[in-house]
Design a protein around this ligand. Structure first.
Ligand SMILES: Nc1ncnc2c1ncn2[C@@H]1O[C@H](COP(=O)(O)OP(=O)(O)O)[C@@H](O)[C@H]1O
Ligand SMILES: [Mg+2]
Length: 373
């Protein structure tokens, strides 16, 4: 059987560029060479797409790879070189490179917010993970919470402010009304954040004002959420129409909360896999995770993150991540590992889910035809 042509797309312009390279490195090592012919596609820090030759490293590709583009039209070649002349890797035919499926492991804005997924839809290529709408929803913490709440799922109370509400003459008013409604502590977040960038905890009005200003540097829309003394538990969900939930894992950051430093620089953060929970607690969280996945119309994969009230044990859904960290020591693949699915088998399954969805959607009518019945 011919090998499936897989494009491993990584990098990107966000602060999570290096995280993406780490995830893609693990994926590249684990993909089965007997089944897949792999092309490396890097989005460099300036947003240019670069293609690596078969023997290139990821880092090299992201800096020196051949500059290519993915035309936003369905057609013969998926990837075409920008320059008409010049040297090109051997797998790139004169007219470009054809791929069967893309694994987009690009975090953050422009990567997991639906923008990239839109491009892949226009090019009519199969890709791993949620589609345009669900990716965008999962990225926007406010819209995601509204839909989770509408589905009857537990989320912490929150308020939304726009950055124009925070001009110097208005900020006092904003602080007063927020603290009256939510009390302290609160967490202040840019609506479209990731990796805890721009997120701060505030325990009084001064800190709240500072946290609002800081969050406004990253987004026009800002969430303020009731702060909880909480355990952090995560569940990996996998599937399309019939999603399945892994066992839960727990994060124990040594910082005050799971901030940027704790995520990427602090070796002391502990992952408890599986999380020390009773069977009933674990089962309840797994059911909630699948419900959340469905409520946000996720496909392929998502990591569902919970906050568990330390006093009462009550779970709240904090957020869904449509493209969670994917190194072989990241939470998402490790949760599947202990649930009986190895890293390599997980990748096979994700590729299969991408192809199934693409086939299913390809069968939909694109123009009106009177039904035969
Ligand atoms: N309402 C909250 N109560 C307590 N801790 C919170 C709350 N919201 C966020 N946190 C802490 O901040 C971290 C980052 O917030 P999160 O909403 O997950 O943003 P990100 O998308 O950047 O991961 C969480 O992992 C948790 O440690
Ligand atoms: Mg988070």
């Amino acid at each position: 059987m011919a090998k499936l042509r897989v494009g491993l797309l990584f990098g990107g312009r966000s602060v999570e560029h290096d995280v993406s390279i780490a995830s893609a490195t693990s994926i590249l090592q684990a993909l089965d060479r007997d089944r897949y012919e792999i092309s490396l596609l890097a989005i460099d820090r300036q947003g240019h797409w670069r293609l690596g030759g078969a023997a290139a490293s990821l880092l090299e590709t992201s800096v020196r790879g051949l500059e290519v583009t993915l035309p936003a039209v369905p057609g013969a070649a998926t990837i075409v070189p920008v320059a008409k002349e010049g040297p090109r890797p051997s797998e790139v035919a004169r007219d470009g490179l054809v791929l069967d499926v893309i694994i987009p492991i690009v975090h953050g804005r422009g990567g997991e917010d639906g923008a990239l997924q839109g491009l892949l839809e226009l090019a009519n290529i199969a890709y791993v993970g949620s589609g345009v709408l669900s990716s965008a929803i999962q990225m926007d913490k406010d819209i995601a919470k509204r839909l989770l709440a509408a589905a009857g799922l537990p989320v912490l109370p929150w308020l939304v402010l726009q950055s124009h509400d925070l001009a110097s003459e208005k900020i006092e008013l904003a602080v007063e009304s927020v603290s009256k409604e939510l009390g302290f502590p609160v967490f202040v977040k840019p609506a479209n954040s990731g990796s805890s960038v721009g997120i701060n905890k505030a325990v009084n009005s001064d800190e709240l004002a500072a946290a609002l200003r800081e969050a406004a540097r990253y987004d026009d829309k800002i969430l303020v959420e009731r702060g909880l003394d909480a355990r952090e538990v995560e569940i990996a969900v996998l599937g399309n129409e019939s999603p399945e939930a892994s066992l839960p894992g727990e994060i124990q950051p040594k910082h005050d909360f799971y901030d940027y430093e704790a995520k990427y620089h602090d070796q002391a953060t502990e992952l408890l896999i599986p999380a020390p929970l009773s069977d009933e607690e674990s089962q309840q969280l797994r059911e909630l995770a699948v419900q959340a996945f469905r409520a946000l119309e996720a496909e392929g994969l998502a990591r569902v993150d919970f906050l568990l009230d330390r006093q009462t044990g009550k779970p709240y859904i904090n957020e869904l991540n449509s493209l969670p960290g994917f190194t072989d020591c990241s939470m998402y693949p490790r949760l599947w590992e202990i649930s009986g699915l190895s890293y390599g088998a997980l990748l096979d399954r994700l590729i299969q889910l991408a192809l199934e969805r693409h086939q299913r959607r390809g069968k939909l009518e694109t123009q009106y035809r009177r039904s035969a019945t």
